[in-house]
Design a protein around this ligand. Structure first.
Ligand code: DON
Length: 594
């Protein structure tokens, strides 16, 4: 039995908390009621992050996007719960305090390394298209694709949520704690209130116009017509009631009964863009266990989520194309390193566009795409020091059917990643999302509904040929989410993942290469400035050391674009000296461990 940890809930007065603030924490001037950050452990972790240091621990660790969620998970782990138990507590709190990113109304992918058996597997809690949906869901009368936000806001883009079923399934398989207890921290925070974080307030202010469309959403995020401000104490009794139903009835409390009715009413009754999701879609929703997709890299096994995510295939392809290059000798500041990474990424994105979709609906050549011989051929295309004029999909071993590529997906500031290691050697990597920030901007039963269906291709055909990732009834949209567990000799050595839309693949690759090739610890790896190349243009993170590479990359022949790269990488490394946790300084997350 695990000893009770040192994580003590030291809920402090607003004044004491304010004295301990670091740059990214809430200044809860408006407090007086409700729960405010933070414990001594969180303050220490925030301090480490501000100074660029990893957080060290021996037995267990949890890294996620909000201190209150991380504390809920840490309490579970300190009391002897498993990583799966802790995830349930973390996700339930994130759905409240980081509602723009993930929650009961969204979907998620989970990678699990089992400490007892050494097995690795994945759970697919991706949203599904309604059984009523057709490939023309996102087209106008003339068959032309809708504009992105025209499609996002309202009921049309809402897929059947998968996260509640995934929480229940992970707990049933690998959990030990009493299910209702895991939801209690979120229930009491929802009832007592929590301080709105600066990031949530900033995103509400930026999105006020869209949040105003649905009355329930407007009431919550724009009370009295005024956007929530950082430090406001926010309560959500409807969320508490929904969680109580799930506590009492398990996932049936979500997929049937009043919560299900509230969801279908919000979708079908939306005043803008009413959608198709109905009671049957909810009632038949199932999480799918899928084999982990693993690729070799420098003596490690990099494992993640296969279709309907493009994550593990793209990450594995990029690493496979880089395997023959000595990135360690070249170094992190060398434009040649980034030429190789950028070109490999472009080739992987070309394959992704053509082949990756829900493999339950279209054949996806996962093995062919990761075949070392195929990747060696692809790597040969970028070996001569130049920049490809055009990156086109390859021809992996495959029964070539009539599939086509679609365009790039947009990157938006939502989604969240949870990394957990428990004291029994289990490792959990889960990326969770409602897609766009605030999803479909529709609220039901205290949570936001996703707009995940806009991850499908809006075009059903290109030049008369069907697109692999077209909408089909019951199908899951293609994702870029890349929850990853890296193993060596069968043991996990690194757990990581990130939000960031199609940028996720590059964020994860960058952190992997930083850690495995350039010897950076997890904190250094997650905070390194980003360079991403998906479709030709090289995106460099403004204000970071990556921007210094603009001129050398231009000299190589790239068009370079500077901008924000808001990853939310959360990583844990496992080594002979114990655990190290790293939280992305671009967001509000922290690492806690013992
Ligand atoms: O599944 C996907 O790939 C996207 N829906 C994830 C969206 C996302 O990461 C938004 N990001 N910051």
């Amino acid at each position: 039995m695990h000893r009770v940890g040192l994580i003590v809930a030291l809920w402090m007065t607003a004044g004491a908390v304010a004295a301990q603030q670091t740059a990214d924490t809430v200044a809860p001037e408006a407090a007086g009621a409700g729960r405010v950050e933070t414990s001594a452990s969180v303050a220490a972790s925030q301090q480490a992050k501000a100074e660029g240091r990893a957080v060290a621990a021996q037995d267990w660790m949890v890294v996620a996007a909000h201190p209150l969620a991380v504390e809920a998970g840490a309490d579970v782990l300190a009391a002897g719960g498993t990583a799966a138990d802790a995830m349930v507590a973390v996700q339930a709190v994130l759905g409240l305090v980081e509602p723009q990113s993930s929650g009961l109304g969204g979907g998620a992918f989970l990678v699990w390394h089992d400490g007892a058996t050494g097995e690795i597997t994945t759970l697919d809690g991706r949203e599904t298209a309604s059984l009523e949906a057709t490939p023309r869901l996102f087209q106008n009368e003339a068959g032309e694709p809708l504009g992105f936000f025209e499609a996002v806001v309202g009921g049309r883009s809402v897929g059947t949520p998968g996260t509640p079923a995934l929480m229940a399934e992970a707990h049933a398989r690998w959990g030990r704690a009493n299910w209702p207890d895991l939801l209690k921290p979120a229930i009491s925070l929802a009832e007592e209130g929590f301080a709105v974080s600066p990031r949530l307030a900033m995103l509400v202010a930026n999105d006020a116009e869209r949040l105003a469309v649905d009355p329930a959403t407007a009431d919550y995020f724009l009370p009295g017509g005024v956007p929530l401000a950082a430090g406001d104490i926010l309560r959500n009794p409807a969320y508490a009631e929904t969680l109580r139903r799930i506590a009492d009835h398990g996932e049936a409390g979500f997929y049937t009964g009043p919560v299900a009715a509230a969801i279908t009413e919000a979708v079908q009754g939306a005043n803008h863009n009413p959608g198709l999701l109905g009671p049957l879609d909810l009632a038949i929703y199932r999480v799918k266990e899928r084999a982990a997709v693993c690729a070799p890299y420098r003596g490690h096994e990099v494992c993640g989520m296969g279709p309907p995510s493009s994550g593990a295939v793209a990450v594995g392809q990029i690493l496979g194309m880089l395997e023959g290059s000595d990135l360690a000798a070249l170094g992190a500041r060398n434009p040649e390193s980034w030429r190789l990474i950028g070109e490999a990424s472009r080739l992987a994105f070309a394959d992704r566009g053509r082949y990756l979709a829900d493999s339950d609906f279209v054949p996806v050549p996962v093995q062919g795409l990761l075949d070392p011989a195929y990747l060696a051929d692809r790597a040969a295309l970028i070996a001569d020091g130049g920049v490809l004029e055009e990156a086109i999909a390859g021809e992996p071993e495959f029964d070539h059917t009539l599939l086509w590529s679609d365009g790039p997906t947009l990157e938006q500031p939502a989604t969240t990643h949870i990394s957990i290691v428990d004291s029994e050697g289990n490792a959990l990597s889960m990326t969770s999302t409602i897609e766009n920030a605030f999803g479909a901007r529709l609220m039901a039963a205290g949570f936001l509904l996703n707009n995940e269906l806009t991850d499908f291709s809006f075009r059903s055909h290109e030049g008369g040929v069907p697109v692999a990732n077209r909408v089909e009834p019951g199908k899951r949209p293609r994702s870029s989410m890349s929850p990853t567990i890296v193993r060596q000799d069968g043991q996990p050595v690194l757990v990581l993942g990130s939000p960031g839309g199609s940028g996720i693949i590059g964020y994860v690759v960058n952190a992997l290469v930083a850690h495995l090739d350039w010897g950076m610890d997890v904190q250094e790896a997650v905070q390194m400035g980003h360079l991403l190349n998906r479709f030709g243009i090289y995106d460099l993170e403004e204000g970071s050391e990556a921007a210094d590479l603009a001129a050398p990359l231009e000299a190589l022949g790239y068009e370079v674009r500077l901008g924000a790269q808001t990853s939310g990488l959360h990583a844990i490394s496992l080594g002979p000296d114990g655990l190290l946790g790293g939280a992305d300084p671009r967001r509000e997350g922290v690492a806690l461990g013992e």
